[in-house]
Design a binder for this molecule. Sequence first.
Ligand code: ADP
Ligand code: MG
Length: 265
Amino acid sequence: LQERLQRARKMEALGTLAGGVAHDLNNILSGVVGYPDLLLQDMPADSSLRKPLMTIQQSGQKAAAIVQDLLTLARRGVADFKVLDLNSVVKDYLDSPEHEKLVQFHSKVKVDLDLAADLKAVKGSAVHLSKTVMNLVSNAAEAMPDGGTIRIRTYNQSVDTSMGTYETSREGDYAVLKVEDEGVGISGEDMERIFEPFYTKKVMGKSGTGLGMAVVWGTIKDHDGFIDAKSREGMGTNFSVYLPATSEKAKKATEVWSLEDHRGQ
Ligand code: ADP
Ligand code: MG
């Protein structure tokens, strides 16, 4: 337990540090991403400078995405929480352009969906939970270079014993999101470190940033949840995200929209 706490504190400190740097970089990058637009407007359509300029802009956009992850890590706890249906969060992600891009790139990867019809609602941030789904699903896809199936499941579970890979759980009712893959697996040694910011076994800056699981960890902590991970090398990995259930009813997306439309008028 002592070791776990120490690890948690280390991740917290790394997150805060990274967030400080990210704030400065965010301002700097807005110029790198923004000014090329102005230049491109005035540039003849056949100019040979268009291509390098667009490369600069795209690199800036990639860097900005990393910085966004860092800011998410640092700005934890300020998200606007609503009563949500985790199933809708999963479905919305699967319909998103991000997921579309992922399946196009990993064409041999299939997604198998099994969502509990009676899933209890949770209090949370749809944006952050959607990112959690995205990070888990993209890692699962990247762990299966030769293809395979990603199983996404949701279900209700009461917890009465201590569980969870990083944090000790609290007793209670949870809505669980489980993402299972048939990929390369994670060694025990790596499992100790994958939630640390910047820990990646992929090509740093190219195929990985090492921020995905750190962001997942931060989000789950903000939601008073915990994560359970199991993996066998060469067999696959599964991550189960436990979020405390609430007895309040989740609003249907349409109701949320109409309420907000009304307020905006
Ligand atoms: P990144 O994906 O940019 O490397 P992450 O924080 O998302 O960063 O993941 C950190 C590391 O954890 C990955 O590089 C990978 O080695 C390992 N990992 C995460 N999820 C899985 C998975 N489903 N299967 C195998 N390895 C995984
Ligand atoms: Mg990742």
